[in-house]
Design a protein. Sequence first.
Length: 219
Amino acid sequence: MPFLRAEISAKILEFLHKKMNPSIYTIDGKKFYITKEVFNPKYAFTSKFIVENLLLKSDWTVLDMGTGSGYIAIQVADKVKSVTAVDLNNTAVRCCKINIKLNKLNNKVKVYQSNLFSALKSEKFNTIIFNPPYIKGTPENMLQLAWLHNSPETLIKKFAAESRHHLVEKGYIQIVYSSISGLKFIKKIFQEKGFKLILEKKIRLLWETLNFLVFQLEH
Ligand SMILES: C[S@@+](CC[C@H](N)C(=O)[O-])C[C@H]1O[C@@H](n2cnc3c(N)ncnc32)[C@H](O)[C@@H]1O
């Protein structure tokens, strides 16, 4: 059954993205130029769900992991000190650069192409936000990197292990994950890496439950 749900989710995302043309979309009051190769948050539940629930402080530095169009980075920029955004997809990085300019946030948000933390050297952040690909499958193009991964569990393990080195003491990971890919393992992985779960919120959709999880670095 979870396999079928994952298939349905992947098909819906594929269908929605095929229908969308490269254009400037207004989403929650901000402008986003989005091409066909980049995840479009307009019709995605995860992006909005994460932004609505984020813990943020005005003196925080933020890392938006897997920024896509820059949706999360741009939505939170006015509420924090600065945002660094990264994505593996080069076209996403190009769109994000355009969107930073469109929203006049050049002094607040910077973006790099990066495979997880590879481009970041020793920079540390108060919080790292991630809306990750969580459906098991082989991506056939850069767009599908947004929702498919050969092993979502391996990606999260690597992210949790590396994020320790990019957080300040008692820093926070804020992540969204779906019931179709399981939640027990994600909680276990972060626990094993020295984080404690401090907040969990759920939203029930037709075929999956999305979970917003906040982990704090303990030791
Ligand atoms: C679900 S999309 C989220 C996009 C955006 N944050 C949002 O909420 O609208 C996941 C993003 O993660 C990126 N991604 C996937 N694997 C990655 C990796 N190993 N390193 C960095 N980014 C990655 C994808 O290219 C995609 O843009």
